[in-house]
Design a protein around this ligand. Sequence first.
Ligand code: BES
Ligand code: MN
Ligand code: ZN
Length: 500
Amino acid sequence: MEFLVKSGNPEKQRTACIVVGVFEPRRLSVAAEQLDKASDGYISSLTRRGDMEGTSGQTLLLYNIPNTLCDRVLLVGCGKERDFDINQYRKVIATATMTLNDGGAMEAVYYLPELNIRGRDIPWKICQAVLSVKNALYTYNETKSNPSQLRRPLRKIILSIPSRRELSTCEQMLEAGQAISAGSDLAKTLANLPGNICTPTYLAEEAKKLSSQFENLAVQILEESDMEKLGMGALLSVSRGSEEPAKLIVLDYTGTDKSVKPVALVGKGLTFDAGGISLKPAAAMDEMKYDMCGAASVLGTVLACAQLKLPINLKAVIPSSENLPDGKANKPGDIVTSMLGLTIEILNTDAEGRLILCDALTYVEQFEPSVVIDIATLTGACVVALGKQAHGLLSNHNPLAHDLLNAGKTIGDRAWELPLWEEYQEQLKSNFADVANIGGRDAGTITAACFLSRFTKKMRWAHLDIAGTAWTSGHQKGATGRPVALLTQFLLDRVYNNKH
Ligand code: BES
Ligand code: MN
Ligand code: ZN
């Protein structure tokens, strides 16, 4: 998809389609009003007859409107003007895009960024428009033999803005939106791939491919023998029950002076989590192919960051493995020694994410990151607590938590903080090892983070539990690409604020 920003009157646009909003009840937006004037009331005559009430999601495609230069005008219902918010804006953009993609117009000028949303400026609306368009058009075709093909897909979208003055900021936001979308799309596709294709080895190959696309992106793949030497007993114990070799993927993005401390991202890359000997129930177990969504979001964020040439340094580390039942697999009660030296009693082999993450977190310590953020589909408890809307956020450093929460609010990919109080640590006591890998039924998301916190004491660290937000189930099953947007916005904010 090609995107452009432009400013100008709708009736003067020579294009296949003009898209304008109509609020409920039958109230024309500024651009719709302009078209109405130019055409001597043609649009208002239609709304008066009841063909477009303006309810959210409604569409009406019109042809050959008098005194205009465009082939078509698409009216899109925006709901009540007073309720118009980020969700409505995204929905209106998505609706217009899907309607046009199924029709004959291959190009369109959207007069939608001019619609008012309290507290949001035009450049922000440009970025959101791109995210919304790309999200609406995302399709997964990788494993279909006959993917549906459109005869006349939408190819070019021109986003119209009220004033030329904002052209250059809007163009920057257009780039940001496109980079974030590219990252989200990559994350979605990797996540949607089945476990028999997207193995740890496959993820490692994808990381190599990614690195070959950018000169300042280096990759290193650590094999099980390397992990052995490093003493990654926790990570290796999870992988032992699988025929697929584990990989530790390390990506190095150098966007600024080498002396600047990197931001470290660590993504859980369980390409399939059957639970191991503590086997999961059969229902919806297929969705455990999504247990590598943390890893996918890290790769997506690296792509976005490299595409935007952000002047930061980034260290992305992805521990990747399968978790399967097997004669060699972890057994409840087994005790393993982590790279940090802490011994872990594995009381439930299904709490494997924290086992591979703890060694990856210890591994990043040597890079002295300014901050480290891990992203993981870590606990079912997080889905119970926060549902599909917010990522769980836990951190040992308040300013970092604050920055992540704000980035999420800005870009519309929100997290919600849960407490990481000392009192919860008690639940991880073991009679036989330094720490147990589960903390009982209560506060499952928090005790999982408590476990990780044992390995991040020397760093400014935050943990995003994306178990509820990384994919949607049921009829519309599919990865969401979250939290690529939050993470990229967080990095963008650091650039704006001159924090590296
Ligand atoms: N990958 C799962 C968490 C998960 C479950 C994410 C369902 C999304 C949906 C993780 O490895 C896991 O199995 N966690 C256990 C931890 C428990 C054994 C303490 C869980 O949440 O049940
Ligand atoms: Mn598990
Ligand atoms: Zn898991």
